[in-house]
Design a protein around this ligand. Structure first.
Ligand code: FES
Length: 160
């Protein structure tokens, strides 16, 4: 009787319990064509590994990045945005990256104002020869976003 019961218990299949899907950040990378995009390309051709959390969009120059692009990216389920351009003095449109930097600082203030952590949006200078630096930048942004967790718009974040 007891062995019969044990056999029955053993024969019961465990219900398939699915583990909750692991959250992975989605980062929108907006890179200038001449430096940062070429740098990201070099990362790939040099086979340098970096977190696969970034989706890259190429723009002619970092000055092309309208703050609206950032807000729209965050609205469209990005957890963070990375904007990257040429180093100061290297912009192919002379001073585009300076305009981009100014716009970026204002955008950060706007994000703070609406209650989002300002580090959800980051800015970097990466040249075409800095494949390793591009990988480091992406790894850092990814780590920062992972610490902050998924972005919940319409919910005030701890901005400190
Ligand atoms: Fe790269 Fe202007 S062309 S920032």
């Amino acid at each position: 009787m007891e062995t019969e019961l044990k056999d029955k218990i053993v024969s019961i299949e465990k219900p398939a319990i699915e583990a909750p899907p692991e959250w992975k950040p989605m980062i929108m990378g907006i890179l200038c064509n001449w430096c940062s995009y070429a740098g990201s390309d070099l990362t790939g051709t040099s086979r340098i590994q970096y977190p696969p959390d970034i989706r890259i969009i190429r723009v002619p120059c970092s000055s092309r990045v309208d703050p609206w692009f950032i807000i729209k990216s965050l609205q469209a389920h990005a957890d963070g945005v990375l904007i990257s351009g040429c180093h100061p003095g290297d912009c192919h449109y002379i001073s585009g990256n300076y305009y981009a930097r100014r716009r970026f600082l204002v955008t950060k203030k706007l994000l703070n104002f609406v209650g989002l952590h300002e580090d959800r949006v980051q800015f970097s200078w990466v040249s075409a020869a800095e494949g390793a630096k591009f990988a480091q930048v992406v790894a850092k942004v990814s780590e920062d976003i992972r610490k902050m967790g998924p972005l919940h718009l319409y919910k005030k974040e701890n901005t400190r």
